[in-house]
Write a protein that binds this ligand. Structure first.
Ligand SMILES: Cc1cc2nc3c(=O)[nH]c(=O)nc-3n(C[C@H](O)[C@H](O)[C@H](O)COP(=O)(O)OP(=O)(O)OC[C@H]3O[C@@H](n4cnc5c(N)ncnc54)[C@H](O)[C@@H]3O)c2cc1C
Length: 480
């Protein structure tokens, strides 16, 4: 059975990978000349990589880790020391750490918090524990009910003061959804804390050993094509063509470079495009349907990713860092954290600039200038004095619509992978799955779509008088 999938981000590629494992023949159609969507990366003229986003993998990503295993590339994940490192704005150039000892969860997390005395006073630790522990014990059902509140509102209800919010949770909110705690849904932070604290290595991070396009997306493509599937780049979906009954007749693909448009037909169709594109692409006939109308409640959040190459080493820290500065979110010295980007003499900082809504339309020069001002407080020892660090080159990648903006009330707009159109499915980290707008969410959504397609095919085979199609069993069930 042939399945056409629009979009070769992690969701589209994961969907195609799991479909091939089930004996289907997917054809993935990607609009750009690069794989990966939000994990896409490019090589510049010097051979240096730059990326859409600084990406880390967490121990609490079961489907992603399973995918690495299945592709036999687990050795490409470079696991870092289990610690969380924050800059201290009040003491420029210094760091505060939450070190997770080798204890079972949640005791390692509790010990990490109790042993940190720079960022939280004992009074604040007790305040925070009183708010968070009951939320964790009440389980996911309670966490889901907190989608009514921003995280700031929720903290206030729990009696947690502004200092704790400023100290820890601005950094956490910006790293999870590129917005501040007074905008982000409480559900997002509480879901992440649940997943991170309930597993021993849940919050431990790994960096990929090279660019996500080459080191993660390409092995997925190889897996798909080795089993009869296809992945085409430069193949933008222009229109979803419908039959009289509203089902999909074909994907109209825009011809590039003077080529004419082409219709791709299949037995089933999947959109693994971003929600913002899917909304624009909705056929007129589907717009009356409440299922599709709900997509209007979702919108991608703007974010900017910055790469700075310096003439010297600014830090030897080999881990993710939380800047706790106004304009920047998380960052890393990729010359330490990533094997392929390694350089013993010079730093390459990759920094996430967020919230970006007031900056996304500004010029690269303005963004760069503002970033360098913040770096002066992060690395005062390298930017003051007579011989300040020299910026050798930079790349700025703007994404006006990235993952869905997870403000309060958004959960109800996230669609299932199965749609009311019998031969049309959705995949993408914005679709409903418990890992929010993440790489794990994207991979899981693609897997869920493949499983839904397979379940539907089995059902139809059972109820029809035709002979049953033989399908290989799923290699593993989605771990939600
Ligand atoms: C700056 C940044 C940092 C991040 N950091 C992390 C992190 O550290 N850890 C983590 O887990 N997650 C992180 N994420 C989130 C993660 O990257 C995403 O959740 C995930 O990659 C989304 O995958 P997707 O396949 O759902 O969507 P996308 O990656 O958006 O894929 C959609 C694909 O559809 C294609 N497309 C669009 N229009 C068309 C069309 N007309 N026809 C055909 N194809 C089309 C796009 O080009 C794209 O390839 C980060 C994201 C950003 C932006």
């Amino acid at each position: 059975m042939r399945v056409a999938i629009a979009g070769a981000g992690l969701a589209g590629l994961s969907c195609a990978k799991y479909l091939t494992d089930l004996g289907y023949t997917p054809i993935v159609l990607e609009s750009r000349d690069v794989l990966g969507g939000l994990v896409a990366a490019w090589k510049d003229k010097d051979g240096d990589w730059y990326e859409t986003g600084l990406h880390v993998f967490f121990g609490a990503y079961p489907n992603m880790l399973q995918l690495f295993k299945e592709l036999e590339i687990s050795d490409r994940l470079q696991w870092k020391q289990h610690t969380m490192i924050f800059n201290q704005p009040e003491k420029p150039g210094t760091y505060s750490r939450f070190d997770f000892p080798n204890l079972p969860a949640p005791f390692n997390g509790i010990a990490a918090i109790l042993r940190n005395n720079d960022m939280l006073s004992w009074g604040e630790k007790i305040e925070l524990a009183k708010g968070l522990v009951p939320a964790m014990l009440r389980g996911q059902k309670y966490v889901d009910s907190t989608d009514r509140f921003t995280f700031s509102e929720w903290l206030k209800q729990q009696g947690v003061g502004d200092d704790v919010e400023q100290g820890i949770f601005i950094a956490a909110a910006k790293s999870l959804n590129f917005i501040d705690p007074d905008e982000i849904s409480a559900l997002v932070l509480l879901t992440a804390l649940n997943k991170f604290l309930q597993q021993k290595n849940g919050s431990q991070v790994a960096f990929l050993d090279g660019s996500p396009t080459e080191r993660l997306c390409q092995p997925m493509v190889d897996h798909i094509t080795a089993r009869g599937g296809e992945v085409k780049t430069n193949a933008p979906l222009k229109e979803i063509l419908l039959n009289e009954d509203g089902s999909v007749k074909g994907f109209l693909i825009r011809g590039l470079d003077g080529k004419s448009d082409e219709v791709v037909t299949a037995d089933l169709y999947v959109s693994a495009m971003p929600v913002d594109v899917m909304k624009v692409m909705l056929p007129q006939k589907w717009k009356q349907n409440e299922f599709f109308q709900k997509l209007d409640g979702l919108e991608g959040v703007p974010v900017i990713n910055i790469h700075l190459w310096f003439d010297r080493k600014l830090t030897d820290i080999d881990n993710l860092l939380f800047s706790r500065s106004k304009l920047l979110s998380v960052y890393a010295d990729m010359s330490n954290t990533c094997k392929e980007y390694a350089n013993p003499d010079r730093s390459m900082l990759e920094l996430v600039f967020a919230p970006a809504k007031d900056w996304i339309n500004k010029s690269e020069e303005e963004i760069l200038k503002a970033t360098l001002v913040e770096l002066e407080t992060l690395f005062p020892q390298h930017f003051g004095g007579e011989n300040p660090a020299k910026l050798l080159k930079h790349h700025v990648v703007k994404t006006p619509h990235s993952v869905y903006t997870a403000t309060p009330g958004c959960q109800k707009y996230r669609p299932s992978q199965v749609t009311p159109i019998l031969n049309f499915y959705l995949a993408g980290s914005y679709t409903m799955q418990p890992f929010l707008g993440s790489m794990e969410g994207a991979v899981l959504s693609g897997k869920l779509t493949a499983q839904a397609i397979n379940a539907q095919a089995h059902l139809e085979a059972k109820t029809s008088s035709k002979p049953t199609q033989t399908l290989q069993p799923a290699t593993n069930a989605a771990t939600a």
